[in-house]
Design a protein around this ligand. Structure first.
Ligand code: OGA
Ligand code: MN
Length: 287
């Protein structure tokens, strides 16, 4: 059967660039094929789609209910002025900086996210890439000793923890506090090895929000989690996308980590994030 679109795998263990389709006009057969392609590659990159907000939300909803429809990830204030790196007291700048550490989304909430549709509207001249790392391939690349060491282990996930590592103590009770996710930060315990609910593949569940493996001294836990991130997030398991305005991606948050990369915040960067909700059974925290 002729494909409904073209799929060019990335030079990595995961990910593909998809062309020859309009996301805003996907019929049912093309959608089913695209969904299967997504489960297989975990990250799909769609250059030059130029979706508007309604089209982005509609596309995201094909993957399931949304955790939220549309959130800016941006250093531009509503009044058009720029948030600068030196704006130390700015909670949004701190979150943008936090995003530069490898993480999965909403792992500090009772249900972690299924994925995200993410679109570039305004991009800086250089930097401001987004990177993803394949935690399926990372798990498979572990040696037997490490695999048996981590089997059955879990870690707590917390946004307060990860932000405190970069010196961020958010201002309680503000809109930013709520909107940036601090309100949803509960005690979430998650396994280090996760089974994907749709593909059955095992993957590592780590990242900057993970801390304090139960029954392990804090230093040992930090060292182990750090070692796992360093090992997991390197070639051939990583891809960094240099954005052009109008590009969109969709990633599987159940088996990838992601990060932003630095840019000169005297330049605007405006990205739009639609977050696909996790299945409350398969993506629930252990406690
Ligand atoms: C996010 C995120 C990275 C980026 O939107 O959840 O981590 O490149 N974004 O802005
Ligand atoms: Mn994120």
């Amino acid at each position: 059967m002729a494909r409904n679109f073209d799929v060019q795998p990335l030079d990595a263990t995961f990910g593909a660039v998809v062309t020859g389709l309009r996301l805003a006009e996907l019929d049912e057969p093309a959608w089913r094929e695209l969904h299967a392609t997504w489960l297989d590659h975990a990250l799909l990159v769609f250059p030059g789609q130029h979706l508007d907000s309604a089209q982005q939300i509609a596309f995201a909803k094909r993957f399931g209910p949304l955790e939220f429809e549309m959130s800016p990830v941006s250093n531009v204030r509503p009044d058009g002025t720029l948030r600068q790196e030196r704006d130390e007291g700015d909670d949004v700048v701190k979150i943008l900086k936090g995003n530069m550490g490898w993480h999965a989304d909403s792992t500090f909430k009772p249900v972690q996210a299924k994925g995200a549709v993410f679109r570039a509207e305004v991009v800086p001249q250089s930097g401001g890439q987004t990177g993803w790392a394949d935690m399926r391939a990372a798990y498979e690349a572990l040696d037997d000793g490490m695999r048996s060491r981590i089997e059955g282990l879990s870690a707590y996930h917390s946004l307060h923890y990860s932000q405190s590592l970069i010196g961020h103590v958010p201002k309680k009770g503000t809109d930013d506090y709520r909107n940036l996710g601090f309100q949803g930060d509960v005690v979430a315990l998650r396994p280090l090895v996760k089974v994907h609910p749709e593909t059955g593949r095992k993957s590592l569940l780590i990242g900057r929000h993970a801390h304090n493996i139960p029954d392990m001294p804090t230093e040992e836990s930090e060292a182990l989690l750090g070692e796992l991130i360093d090992f997991a997030c390197r070639p051939p398991r990583v891809y960094h996308h240099g954005w052009a305005a109008g590009d969109a991606v969709v990633w599987d948050n159940r088996c990838l980590l992601h990060q932003a990369t630095p840019w000169d915040m005297t330049e605007p960067r405006i990205m739009w994030h639609s977050r696909i909700a996790g299945d409350p059974v398969s993506e629930a925290a252990l406690a």
